[in-house]
Design a protein around this ligand. Structure first.
Ligand code: SF4
Length: 154
């Protein structure tokens, strides 16, 4: 991992900022919506202001993120959830397709508790090119790596 003087001061040159970002950021996790259906005892998601109506990432924020990542042809990990359940809202299909269209070389992934999966949903996800989906059923805390299609995680 690169650690340089740019870590401690503002980088005002745009091209240098692109270079530093590309050297230092290899994993981005972002929630395109906020809701999770579970309340696992070991998860910080069970308390606080995260419990409530589902909220969606504003379109202008998504556009800003993708616009910046396109500048460097981002090709590292892009995880489309964090402390939410990505498959709780079917809009995740559009978000995955959007991410693939904007960042064709990114390693797009989701982590899901699997509660919403059925055959039709699995087939719909499997049609997304090079998507890796990890299932972590809450009763089994060790993540179960199960890529639905494309390249397995490395
Ligand atoms: S399913 Fe995942 S995100 Fe949701 S409460 Fe459980 S550990 Fe947290």
């Amino acid at each position: 991992m690169y650690v340089g003087s740019e870590m401690f001061e503002a980088v005002t040159d745009r091209e240098r900022a692109r270079q530093v970002f590309a050297m230092t950021v290899s994993r981005i996790e972002m929630e395109t919506h906020s809701y999770c259906n579970r309340r696992c005892s070991y998860c910080p998601n069970v308390v606080g202001d995260r419990i409530g109506p589902n909220q969606f990432m504003p379109a202008d924020i998504l556009e800003k993120i993708y616009g910046g990542l396109e500048e460097i042809n981002y090709d590292r990990y892009l995880i489309l959830n964090y402390y939410n359940e990505p498959l709780a809202d079917r809009s995740i299909i559009a978000r995955i397709s959007e991410a693939r269209a904007r960042l064709p070389n990114a390693r797009i992934m989701i982590y899901s508790n699997g509660d919403y999966l059925d055959r039709a949903f699995i087939e719909e996800l499997a049609e997304r090119p090079r998507l890796s989906a990890h299932l972590h059923p809450p009763e089994a805390r060790r993540p179960l790596h199960r890529p639905l299609c494309g390249q397995p995680d490395q």
